[in-house]
Design a protein around this ligand. Structure first.
Ligand code: SF4
Length: 355
């Protein structure tokens, strides 16, 4: 099976620039970015990031806002912060070179079992397994595992099976072959078993239930949350606030606001949130509409306002910093995509001229 997987991978793999390099740092950046599933989206980000921060030392010594700015649009901003934190440790403790063993790799921020296995096998040729969603699906079908793959014992079994497959020559290619097969052939809803190099060894193919595997217990649906955000303007400047490092969308710049309490109407929530979180009183507020955004566990409706205030004395609660900038300059600070949606309502994207 190893040979068939490797032969298929070498003949069919998609061209990706990080597959053309042996530089562990460049491969590590691609692994962090590929949380965003669309490879075509990631390629230009990866190229720009590497030309801006070409090695561990450059990333370790960069300004965090520059790193977040280079990441803006990819989502999962904690990954960018973890990347820089890891680069600082590698620079300080490992002479700027990524360690090659998975145990040491897993001591670095943001590197879990999957990423450690991917780096060790792809960048350093070590026979270490990977287990992402694609590999889980392929192995579950190949082995005919008909139990909930959310159970820890099943996950452990899959790691063990992936570990057995990784043993042997070219473990990095073998791991990438499993991931590529999952992405291109053994797809979630309609696996193309007729084009599969390992169909002869596949239990689910023999049993005819591939599309029903893997079995996953139903997840709880995302919680609905309503919040308010405001472009607060005073003397032609707008207020930007920075989110704290250790929470959702940490260190990104944002419009001030906050979640609504149960049963609270948006306008009342706006007055309360601006008073409590930035210490401002509203002199005039215009509702600009609402945007929807889905986080992993939250489905957010964000009510967006343009607000005037007569005072510029700020008292922060729940934000780590603030600055007054021209309204158009807010969009050039590192910010999350939900903030970008709010800014699109407030300022048309072409030229970002304030309404
Ligand atoms: Fe997946 Fe079908 Fe190949 Fe089995 S035969 S591994 S189900 S694509």
């Amino acid at each position: 099976m190893r040979k068939r997987l490797l032969d298929w991978y070498r003949a069919n793999k998609r061209a990706m620039p990080w597959r053309e390099t042996r530089d562990p740092y460049a491969i590590g950046i691609s692994e962090a970015m590929l949380q965003q599933p669309r490879v075509e989206t990631v390629i230009p980000y990866w190229q720009r990031f590497l030309s801006r921060f070409p090695d561990v030392h450059a990333l370790a010594t960069a300004d965090l806002d520059d790193v977040l700015g280079a990441w803006a649009g990819l989502g999962y901003y904690s990954r960018a912060r973890n990347l820089q934190a890891a680069a600082r440790l590698i620079d300080a403790n490992h002479g700027g070179k990524l360690p090659d063993d998975p145990q040491t790799l897993q001591t670095l921020p943001g590197i879990g079992r999957y990423t450690a296995g991917a780096l060790a096998s792809i960048a350093f040729d070590r026979p270490e397994p990977v287990l992402d969603g694609n590999v889980k699906r392929v192995l579950t079908r190949l082995l005919g595992i008909r139990e909930d793959i959310g159970q820890p014992a099943v996950v452990e079994r899959l790691w063990k099976e992936a570990g057995a497959l990784a043993l042997g020559p070219d473990p990095g290619d073998l791991n990438q072959a499993l991931m590529e097969l999952g992405a291109m052939v053994c797809t979630p809803r309609a696996p193309r078993c007729e084009n599969c190099p390992v169909s002869r060894s596949c239990d689910a193919f023999a049993e005819g239930d591939a599309a029903a595997l893997p079995i996953k217990a139903r997840k709880k649906s995302a919680r609905r949350v309503e919040a308010v955000a405001a472009l607060v303007v005073r003397r032609g400047k707008a207020l930007a606030v920075r989110r704290p490092s250790n929470g959702l969308l940490g260190d990104l710049w944002d419009l001030p606001g906050g979640d609504l309490a149960d049963g609270e109407v948006p306008r009342a929530g706006l007055t309360r949130a601006l008073r409590a979180r930035v210490g401002l009183e509203i002199s005039r507020a215009s509702a600009m509409g609402a945007v929807e955004h889905v986080f992993t566990h939250r489905r957010l409706t964000l009510h967006v306002y343009r607000v005037s205030t007569s005072t510029d004395r700020i008292r922060l609660d729940g934000f780590s910093a603030h600055k007054w900038v021209s309204p158009r300059a807010i969009s050039s600070l590192p910010h999350a995509s939900v903030t970008a949606k709010a800014l699109d309502l407030l300022m048309p994207p072409a030229g970002r001229t304030p309404n």
